[in-house]
Design a binder for this molecule. Sequence first.
Ligand code: G3I
Length: 410
Amino acid sequence: MQLSPRSPLLLSTLLSSFLFLGACGGGGSSSGNPSSASASSSSQTSSEASSSSDRSSSSSSEALSLHILADFPIGVAVSAANEPSSIMQDNEAGIAQRAIIEAHFDQLTAGNIMKMSYLHPAQDTYFFDDADALLDYADANGISLHAHTLVWHSDYQVPDWMKNFEGDAAAWLAMYKEHVETIAGHFAGRVPSWDVVNEAFNEDGTYRNSLFNQKLGTAYIETAFASAREADPQADLYYNDFNISNGGAKFQAMINMVDDFIARDIPIDGVGFQMHVFMDWPSIDAIKSSFAAVAERGLKVKITELDIPINNPYSPGYNYPDNYEATFTDELAAAQKKRYCDIVTAYLDAVPADLRGGLTVWGIRDSDTWLISALFDDNHEDWPLLFDNNFDPKPAFYGVADGLTNQPCL
Ligand code: G3I
């Protein structure tokens, strides 16, 4: 069976039928992909799974289900409601993405619609309809929803009414706690975990001068954790940030905060490593050390937003338009596959099984990545995710499968 090219609708049908075959232990025919992985049942062990390097002629990529290769959640960030590329719409992109989700992932994160301005658009108004619809979809398909995020400084996501809130320190604190408790309370019992506070530190390790810091001091972080625990005693509570998998000042500040929380019994269950990383940064050793430092403290480690673009605008060699990767060659795809595999392997090596909170990729297909406009001034193309723009799995997909099944990263 050739996987590509084909229409998303056909992909949906094929994935569903081959997933069924896979779940029943049925075989498939060979794949047209550069490499393919086989996982024929949920009881398959790592040693039974074959490496992508030796399975090209004997197995079906369609029979692989990524999430059954792991005993921790394998997630993906999605657009929902009426966002562009929403998975909730009955157009081709929606149908194709749902097929991929249902085949390969057992956890979702809302890329946007569970942020502050969406859920709390006016002081006396909460809006849960879109998030509830996403949660209903997830529930109906046996998929969990990692909730993102109760508190985030990002200007676009802090509701205007909150920016303009007038009141003394006590009024601010009451309003802030009500925000956290109402939202966490609404989803209590239905979500396994929350990114409670997102991105509280600057790169130099100082606390970000966010609205919350200005109004409440750095105690806004522990207040959010305490309020979230109060409202949802069952959910795992994560501190989530980027650029903390390379050691350095920001990582150390985060660790210092975690140690302080543990010493003072502030409820925290884990650290979310966003992992918006590059092909050449951070080193695998640095990633492992960062994960291990959190695990050593008895906290869960969750990779919350993994993506790996081919171009690194911070790299000395990058010089658009004279020197950058304009084409996604087979060599680059193979290197990206290895990088994904190396990172998954680092996660398994550094984090004990009981502290693995899961691994989430930040988006399904390359064309929907947030990275293009954020990273590249010229908006040129890149290919950071596991599926191409036809919704076909890329070599990177098989790199994740290899990592999850302890195969060598080739
Ligand atoms: O939905 C509207 C659409 O109607 C409109 O036409 C379009 C025009 O700009 O905007 C759309 O909204 C965009 C939204 O994503 C949905 O696609 C917003 O402008 C855009 O700012 C928003 O960006 C998101 C960003 O967070 C800010 O919330 C990205 O998709 C999302 O991937 C990104 O995610 C963050 C994590 O939450 C935290 N870690 C970093 C990560 C990447 O920045």
